[in-house]
Design a protein around this ligand. Structure first.
Ligand SMILES: C[S@@+](CC[C@H](N)C(=O)[O-])C[C@H]1O[C@@H](n2cnc3c(N)ncnc32)[C@H](O)[C@@H]1O
Length: 260
């Protein structure tokens, strides 16, 4: 059984990077008056409580969204999702990626969420009772659906990298998915680690054919010696304008504290 629980990490600096880019990408995609599909391979529970013992134990949100929220104007799509989470769960609530997507997408858009941990599946269904939640292995599910209907859309691939082989299997999955769904926007999150264990995966992604955007930011480790020193997003077929938003976000991170 997997032991990773995102409740310990929700709202950390990596989530801010990932979720802000996701929100901007979805807002751009939703500007076109055509329905789209949003898929997630590793959905998590959609609604987190930053006052819960898990979040307080690591202090990651305190060094993340608690200090970074003012970077985003109230009408920024990420701020809008934060507001929706707080209306649902109170002032200490934080939106996971499925809630960000449901905030920004329209009724005609399709959302399919895969999550494998039974406790997270239950919480996800509670937070988003109308969503199409599948208790399944995310990559296999998405490959079985692709190309989805509607064909326009985005998949967020956000593993915990708890299983070290994921650094090899995720780029293999992305390459297959790209062949099955060439027009899909494929967004892969990865950790930037002090050990550099993610670099071979980043190189494999960079070597794939087609248009892609890479956004990497660094931040101070949340505790001395903590291995997570940054956050990366690799996005195939990035929506027009996302590159500018990614550069602005990177500047914010660069100006926010000690760099590695
Ligand atoms: C990093 S968390 C997801 C966070 C979420 N995407 C967000 O940004 O709010 C990774 C999640 O993937 C789940 N998971 C791990 N392996 C999985 C698999 N093979 N298929 C589906 N879910 C999986 C874990 O239980 C965990 O909830």
């Amino acid at each position: 059984m997997l032991s990773y629980q995102h409740a310990y990490h929700a709202g950390n600096a990596a989530d801010v990077h990932k979720h802000a880019l996701l929100a901007v990408a979805l807002e751009y995609l939703a500007r076109k008056d055509k329905p789209l599909t949003y898929l997630e391979t590793h959905a998590g529970r959609a609604l987190y409580d930053l006052a819960a013992p898990e979040a307080r134990k690591t202090g990651e949100a305190a060094a993340g969204i608690a200090v970074m929220a003012p970077w985003f104007a109230p009408d920024h799509p990420y701020s809008r999702a934060l507001e929706v989470a707080r209306r649902k769960g109170g002032p200490q609530a934080y939106p996971g990626s499925p809630l960000i997507a449901s905030t920004l997408l329209r009724p005609a858009d399709r959302i399919v969420l895969a999550e494998r941990h039974p406790q997270e599946v239950t919480a996800l269904r509670r937070a988003m009772p109308a969503a199409d939640v599948r208790a399944a292995d995310g990559p296999s599910l998405v490959l079985s659906i692709a190309p989805p209907q509607p064909r326009r859309g985005l998949v967020l691939i956000d593993p915990s990298y708890e299983i070290k082989t994921e650094f090899r299997t995720i780029p293999e999955f992305v390459a297959k998915l790209r062949r099955k769904w060439p027009v899909g926007v494929l967004a892969v999150w990865y950790p930037v680690l002090a050990s550099g264990a993610e670099r071979p995966m980043v190189e494999r992604l960079a070597g794939l054919d087609g248009d892609a955007l890479s956004s990497e930011v660094r931040f101070a480790p949340v505790r001395p010696g903590h291995g997570l020193i940054g956050s990366g997003m690799w996005i195939a077929n990035p929506p027009y304008g996302l590159e500018t938003a990614a550069a602005e976000l990177a500047e914010r991170f660069a100006g926010s504290g000690p760099r590695a």
